[in-house]
Design a protein around this ligand. Structure first.
Ligand code: G3I
Length: 421
């Protein structure tokens, strides 16, 4: 009798780890590699990544430092003018020489309706995640009805802009449609529905979505398995079954486990480590882990984060910061904005120092469209770009971290010590 989630006999094991469309972190950016990268970037526009990096390190954005402040301080609410946006090189350009994904969650309405939004995404992102459009509720609203229109729009936008897509999410306890959660599904049916849904969604975007958050937030805050619809009805085996179904539908896609509050060596961090080690021991096609990093200006302790990344990297897992935002009491003071910048920089520095860290994403591209004010009244201003898409101190801090890492790798001075064989 096949036990739910157990591999069916004869099915191949997980794919070879390095079949990825996720950028491969360059080990040492020898002169030639960087020149090639810079050369490549040169084709992207006047400011190659290296030139942009050097300008950032000189602390003088091409148009002179104060523009940055002026850009982010303006109050009139209208998107920042072209000259302000020109001042700050996009994070995409600065990250390119490092071979790491940089990006944000995006949503279809402003992508379709706000030119400044699309411009910011094209300038800042080498990867995007649909904020809601690929979740069960929005994409599978009726038992026999899928609605791919909004997800397609984001995928088409990204492909036209040469941006990778990180799919989110195939199995979660939230945003599930009523037809799935209100008892209309007979006990024995749920497993089949889960496989069918994953096959339909992953299959549709095979070759167009590079990575998937297959299972999202399966752990409760105390580290136990969350008593979700899936765990209650299918038992803990639902995770393995979900990864196998996703791998079957697109053997090329990187398959991630994604969660929050598991960034450090905490009870939940340890439970996540055990959960993932257990899945790998079963031969489940799991390739990486996503850290959401939804925090306040109190930030994330860097050393425990670095050690947590290290032990997960030692399992052979790729690591991603998937949904970072740093919420502030609004309106934010200059001190709060400076503290926010330090938090962003600290997390990115830890990621850049860990070769297994493949991507850094924020949950939203700009304060103008962020889930924070709705969820945390009195808070907001959580992202590197402000209401007018102008760069904030956080954007500058991220740019400097990227530029410094690129320059360091270039000079060989900042080679991370933890390079594994
Ligand atoms: O689409 C409906 C719309 O038709 C309706 O008129 C409107 C009013 O109720 O609701 C709209 O749905 C909202 C949806 O966002 C789209 O805007 C839902 O109510 C709202 O709950 C949903 O919030 C999303 C939230 O996940 C749901 O839990 C946030 O935008 C989204 O940022 C947030 O993202 C999650 C990640 O997926 C997982 N990690 C945490 C992160 C933040 O909670």
């Amino acid at each position: 009798m096949h036990r739910f989630g157990e591999r069916r006999p004869g099915r191949p094991g997980p794919a070879g780890a390095d079949r990825t469309r996720v950028p491969s972190r360059r080990r040492t950016l020898g002169g030639a590699a960087l020149a090639a990268a810079a050369g490549g970037l040169a084709r992207c526009g006047p400011l190659s990544g290296r030139a942009a990096a050097q300008r950032v390190l000189q602390g003088t954005p091409p148009g002179g430092g104060d523009q940055m402040e002026r850009a982010s301080g303006a109050a009139d609410g209208a998107p920042a003018g072209p000259d302000q946006q020109e001042a700050a090189p996009g994070l995409k350009e600065l990250a390119a020489p490092l071979g790491i994904w940089i990006g944000a969650a995006v949503t279809v309405a402003p992508l379709a309706g706000e030119p400044a939004y699309g411009e910011a995404v094209r300038r800042e992102c080498s990867v995007v995640t649909p904020e809601n459009e690929m979740k069960w509720g929005p994409i599978h609203p009726g038992r026999d009805r899928y609605d791919f229109a909004r997800a397609d729009a984001i995928v088409d936008f990204a492909r036209a802009a040469g941006i990778a897509v990180h799919g989110h999410t195939l199995v979660w306890h939230n945003q599930n449609p009523a037809w799935l959660t209100t008892g209309a599904v007979a006990p024995g049916e749920l497993e089949g529905l889960l496989r069918e849904h994953i096959a339909a969604v992953v299959g549709r975007y095979a070759g167009r979505v590079a990575a998937w958050d297959v299972v999202n937030e399966a752990l409760a805050d105390d580290g136990t398995l969350r008593a979700s619809l899936w765990a209650q009805r299918l038992g803990p085996g639902y995770l393995a079954a979900a990864y196998r179904a996703a791998h079957e539908a697109d053997p090329q896609a990187r398959l991630l486990y994604n969660d929050y509050g598991a960034e450090g060596l905490t009870r939940k961090g340890d439970a996540q480590y055990r959960l993932l080690a257990g899945l790998l021991a079963q031969g489940v096609p799991l390739h990486g882990v996503g850290f959401q990093v939804h925090v306040t200006a109190a930030g994330v302790p860097a050393e425990p984060l670095a050690r947590n990344l290290e032990r997960l990297a030692a399992l052979g897992l790729e690591l991603y910061v998937t949904e970072m935002d740093v919420r502030l009491p609004t309106p934010p003071s200059d001190e709060a904005l400076a503290a926010q910048a330090a938090v962003y920089r600290s997390v990115l520095d830890v990621c850049l120092a860990q070769p297994a860290c493949k991507g850094f994403q924020t949950w939203g591209i700009a304060d103008r469209h962020s889930w924070i004010p709705g969820r945390y009244p009195g808070f907001g201003a959580a992202l590197p770009l402000d209401e007018r898409y102008a760069p904030k101190p956080a954007h500058r801090a991220l740019g400097e971290a990227l530029a410094r890492a690129a320059a360091g790798r270039q000079s060989g001075s900042m080679l991370p010590s933890r390079r594994c064989g």
